[in-house]
Design a binder for this molecule. Structure first.
Ligand code: SDX
Length: 430
């Protein structure tokens, strides 16, 4: 049994239950704080605040540990597939052969979107940002599959919605790309597995069948695995908060896509490559940009660096950096942006500013170089992050809905505005 913490102020003492996680993490349960003291806690950015207990992902930011349902990310990246890892995070165990086949067959069967939805794409300007389209189209799935928008779906219904979402998100992403280049949509194929089908829909056309390279598919599969879930990050917290009002999964995930789009979150992978290109075009002077990143008067930040939780290395960044070299070698590409990224990392990690603040490369620092090498356009980078994160969003939404203490999320605040004052009629205002 956990002991209690004692909190004393205003001449009174209250006891706060201590919660201990399976990895020894400690938390104070303050759910009775306001009722017993009238006080709330304030923690902008929630750096010190747990929104829930969860059994899906464990991160130790000091040791650079990331595990999904207890399995280290390094083992999943090396030995698993994206579909299998998706099953793991959603169902808390690795699938049996027939369960994995059920998922794979479901992704193939449900990979099409309703033909009427294709007309939406024509309404967007050619340079519309793909994340805007993805969010809108995912929410629009609730119009075409009304059977899935029940406030209290059964386990089977959640499973079916999950398969629909993971199956269709690739198709919507690929159609968004085709729209941006004025090419006809390419339908999914029944004989291709998850990632290969995505590459086919992205890069095949009526006059050219995309040649699937298993090594490149494996590299993309590894990237998707590395993005699957990451505990209560900004977009996942969004899924939980929106879902806590009993909004359906399509609507909750659509909100998460918008949160992920932000350049401080999943949008960083696009900003990293734009930053590297800017440094390259400016002569490759890495020192100049490290100095700008340290300059408090400059808004410039080293995109792809730093993390709220990882205060040592981000294990995903290490794995992606290895994939980078493999993909570029496989494609016979020498990308000067990779050289700049490696130089930036080397210099930053020796610099006191970054060392003192424990700023290391995060998942977004190298991923864009791989996406660029395989032909994914810059604006689509956050979309690939969303495809990878889809199983995690679903798993976290499911865990929240099934939690016995699932209440609508409604944080409090400390008011700092005007005290009571009367209405002033127009003629008396100055
Ligand atoms: C993702 O949460 C997750 O798990 C997210 C994610 C996931 O899988 O879901 O891992 C995916 O979003 C990765 C992060 C991608 N974003 C970026 O790469 C954008 C660049 N990074 C920063 O904006 C920042 O590091 C954040 C947003 C990632 C973290 O922000 P914090 O935790 O609020 O840290 P902070 O802004 O308070 O910074 C602390 C200090 C500050 O300096 P001081 O005021 O103490 O002097 O570090 C500095 C910051 O100025 N700092 C940086 C920096 N990041 C932090 N300085 C220069 N360059 C940077 N990149």
């Amino acid at each position: 049994m956990d002991e209690n913490a004692k909190l004393s102020f205003d001449g009174k003492t209250i006891e706060l239950p201590i919660i201990t996680g399976t990895e020894g993490e400690k938390g104070l349960d303050i759910s009775k704080l306001r009722k017993e003291t009238g006080y709330i806690t304030v923690d902008p950015g929630f750096s010190n605040t747990g929104s829930c207990t969860s059994a899906i992902t464990y991160i130790d930011g000091e040791k650079g540990i990331l595990r999904h349902r207890g399995i280290p990310i390094e083992q999943l990246a090396e030995k698993s597939t994206f579909v299998e890892t998706a099953y793991l995070v959603i169902h808390d165990r690795l699938p049996l052969k027939e369960e994995l086949e059920f998922y794979s067959k479901g992704f193939t069967k449900h990979s099409m979107i309703h033909e009427d939805m294709k007309t939406f794409f024509r309404g967007y300007p050619q340079n519309a940002h793909p994340m805007a389209i993805l969010s809108a189209m995912v929410c629009s799935l609730s119009c075409y599959y009304p059977e899935f928008i029940k406030a209290e779906p059964t386990d089977d219904e959640i499973e079916n919605i999950a398969i629909e979402l993971m199956a269709k998100v690739r198709t919507i992403a690929a159609y968004t790309y085709k729209k941006s280049i004025g090419e006809p949509f390419v339908y999914p194929r029944a004989d291709l597995r998850y990632v290969a089908n995505f590459m086919h829909m992205m890069f095949s056309s009526p006059v050219k069948e995309y040649k699937i390279d298993p090594e490149i598919v494996k590299a993309l599969e590894t990237l998707f695995i590395l993005h699957v879930d990451h505990e209560q990050n900004c977009s996942t917290s969004t899924v939980r908060l929106v879902g806590s009002s009993r909004a359906n999964l399509f609507a909750s995930v659509s909100s998460a896509i918008c949160a992920l789009w932000g350049p401080l979150h999943g949008g960083a992978n696009q900003k990293v490559v734009e930053m590297l290109q800017r440094i390259h075009d400016d002569g490759g002077d890495v020192d100049k940009y490290i100095a700008k990143a340290k300059d408090k008067n400059s808004s410039f930040r080293l995109m792809g660096f730093g993390h709220r939780v990882y205060k040592n290395f981000d294990p995903r960044a290490l794995l992606i950096k290895d994939q980078c070299k493999m993909v570029l070698d496989r494609l016979g590409i020498h990308d000067p942006l990779l050289d700049i990224a490696v130089k930036l990392q080397e210099k930053a990690l020796k610099d006191d500013y970054f060392k003192e603040r424990k700023l290391y490369p995060n998942v977004d620092f190298y991923s864009g170089i791989i996406y660029k090498a395989v032909g994914i356009p810059l604006a689509m980078f956050p979309v690939l992050f969303a495809i990878g994160r889809m199983p995690g969003w679903i798993a976290q939404w499911k865990e929240m809905i099934e939690s016995p203490c699932a209440r609508i999320g409604r944080p409090r605040q400390i008011y700092t505005g005007e005290n009571k004052r009367d209405y002033i009629p127009m003629e008396k205002r100055s």
